[in-house]
Design a protein around this ligand. Structure first.
Ligand code: ZN
Ligand code: ZN
Length: 443
């Protein structure tokens, strides 16, 4: 579930409420569009009750929020789960270990220098906090199993029909793994304001006592004031090349310029030009969906061409001679999907790449927003490699050693046609249910 963020318009100051995933703000009052950027992670706080009525400055306790899909590959298959959690980042016994659903129930606010409070530093490593969150999450693992069904008698003997079905089992993320990835992640800070009342710490949102301090001065790490680097920044949404206004929806991570046919990603410092292409659509094309095409070589598996990939992963396809010269690419959905669908779509697109012939792109108004950044797509290459493996024993044991070389990333839009409940990609046969795509926006 998304958290909502109360935000002042950087242009006119009007209060607006945005989703935490929104990077593009459009003010409903002055209609000015701007990008929001953070120097690192975004920082929010739960608004205290009676903000200015506490006699001592409030203390802000950091919680780390993780939101994304976890994938774990082990001998048994690929386990996955959506993780959405807010875990405490300081080692102070007695404080709530998690904020639970509180950030989703009330809109949070962005940290700002004018808040008269002090901030506890993170005393636990973010990595360790994420580890803990993952351990608490049971994974779903898809396993193929053979089903035996008696169909007839033949001379007194039962004749069986065998079929396979996919069953989903739950298992703990404690188990050994060959590869693990956390994808589509949102990592942010949500601070809980607390007040000192004599020997107690009080939750400044609810007024409840959280813990009693025996030695009030020593119990907590020393707090710091607001740091200027925490302040978010706003950028105008003008095309760096031609100066025209860029287009995009609130949660998009890349914006397009219809005037000069360029695509721009929201970088940490500025807009960064995206290398992009498009597979031309036909008359029936109603939408283009973006894929991160990550070309690479994998020396440990002897994969240098698409033909190598087909052989090593044991695809049920006859290798064509032209594939020997075709570079190997992983085609990763550039939009968020729930983990099971993400694996299927990435696998289909990767295996069907020989049918896709991208060329120069032309910006249209039917391009679906990119909501998964290229960096996350690169993180998911090994997971998609595992998902495409028809012969696990050829690939899975090598996953810890897999390193990508000669990597190049490009955004390619594929044309989709409207098939009622589904979007359908004619060259590759990929289908994505419309409801699934909508649901992905909330991940
Ligand atoms: Zn405004
Ligand atoms: Zn332009």
């Amino acid at each position: 579930m998304h958290i909502k963020v109360e935000q002042a318009c950087p242009q006119c100051g009007a209060p607006i409420v945005v989703q935490e995933t929104d990077r593009l703000l459009t003010c409903p009052y002055c209609e000015v569009k701007s990008f929001i950027r953070a120097n690192g992670v975004f920082r929010y706080y739960l608004p205290p009750k009676h903000e200015n009525k506490w006699d001592t400055p409030l203390l802000y306790v950091p919680y780390l929020r993780f939101k994304g899909s976890i994938f774990v590959v082990n001998e048994a298959g690929i386990g996955h789960r959506v993780v959405d959690t807010t875990q405490i980042g300081v080692d102070v016994p007695g404080l709530p270990p998690s904020l639970g659903v509180r950030p989703q129930v009330m809109p949070v606010r962005r940290l700002a220098p004018q808040i008269s409070g002090r901030y506890l530093p993170l005393t636990l490593k973010a990595r360790a906090v994420l580890e803990k969150a993952i351990r608490l999450t049971p994974l779903r693992l898809e396993q193929k199993e053979t089903v035996r069904k008696p169909v007839s008698y033949d001379g007194g003997e039962l004749v069986y029909e065998f079929s396979t079905r996919v069953k989903t089992v739950e298992y703990s993320a404690h188990s050994r793994f060959l590869h693990r990835a956390f994808i589509g992640e949102t990592v942010s800070f949500v601070y809980l304001p607390v007040a000192r009342r004599e020997d107690r710490l009080v939750d400044a949102v609810t007024g409840n006592t959280l813990l009693r301090l025996e030695h009030p001065a020593e119990a907590l790490p020393s707090a710091t004031p607001f740091k200027s680097g925490w302040q978010e920044k706003f950028t105008a949404t003008l095309c760096p090349r031609c100066g025209e206004s860029l287009e995009g929806e609130g949660d998009c991570l890349v914006m397009t310029c219809a005037n000069c046919d360029t695509v721009w990603a929201i970088g940490r410092e500025k807009l960064e030009s995206v290398d992009w292409q498009m597979v031309p659509g036909g008359r029936r094309t109603t939408m283009y969906l973006g894929f991160w095409r990550i070309s690479c070589e994998i020396p440990v598996l002897d994969i240098r061409s698409f033909a190598d990939f087909v052989r090593q992963t044991n695809q049920a396809m006859i290798v064509r001679s032209s594939w020997e010269m075709q570079e190997m690419s992983f085609w990763i959905p550039a939009f968020k999907l729930r983990p099971r669908v993400f694996l299927r779509v990435g696998r289909n697109a990767t295996i069907s790449q020989w049918r896709l012939a991208p060329g120069p792109g032309h910006v249209t108004d039917s391009m679906y927003p990119v909501t998964l950044p290229a960096s996350e797509a690169r993180q998911s290459v090994k997971v998609i490699l595992a998902a495409t493996s028809a012969a696990r024993k050829n690939i899975f044991p090598f996953l810890p050693k897999v390193r990508l070389e000669k990597t190049a990333t490009r955004l390619v839009y594929l044309p989709f046609v409207d098939k009622g409940h589904d979007w359908y990609q004619p060259q590759s046969g990929i289908t994505v249910a419309k409801a699934v795509l909508r649901f992905g926006r909330s991940l």
